[in-house]
Design a protein around this ligand. Sequence first.
Ligand SMILES: [Zn+2]
Ligand SMILES: [Zn+2]
Length: 203
Amino acid sequence: MNGAGLILPAFVPMRLFLFTINWEKIPEQGLSAAADVSVEDLVALTALQDQGVCRFVTPIAASLDAHWVSELLQVSGHVSCDAVLSCSRCLKEFNQHLEGGFDLTFARQLPEISMTEDEEGEGVELTADDLGLVYAPGDVIELHDIFAEQLILALPTKPLCDDSCAGLCARCGQDLNRGDCGCRNNDFNNRFAALKNLKLNKE
Ligand SMILES: [Zn+2]
Ligand SMILES: [Zn+2]
């Protein structure tokens, strides 16, 4: 039996619902869904873990609301979890809460207003991008990567265990958050001695 067999049956449709919305199954009044999902459900996140960027230590809490605006589907999603990152200064691991959200409008067909006229009176077709829409012409709206992307964007480019982290000594490697190693003083004394010598040589 693999890990997927442990998931409660009621949980499965909810999960599929969240990340893969079937155009034909969206009720007129729209839909809401929320679930805690496993990191393994989002390939982009497991890839990050495999690269050693971070480790996700809680399930991924994801929720979405979708409603129709005529033929378009307005979808807002929210996602959060805790991850263990490694401090870019002292290399210590620390816990960080990550969260993000998105608001996107999906179109199964590009609306007719996409036809407009340019200066010469010629018909010009606007792309989905021009209209601020995400074009999803297939049977489903695929949201796995969109949810994963929000957490990836929430990752700090320079993770710090604390804004005031003193880092490691470049000379002896001691964690300077635990106290001074004395290297800096020695460096200063050595430089001072060199200057003194320099002055003596000049005379
Ligand atoms: Zn640190
Ligand atoms: Zn040192």
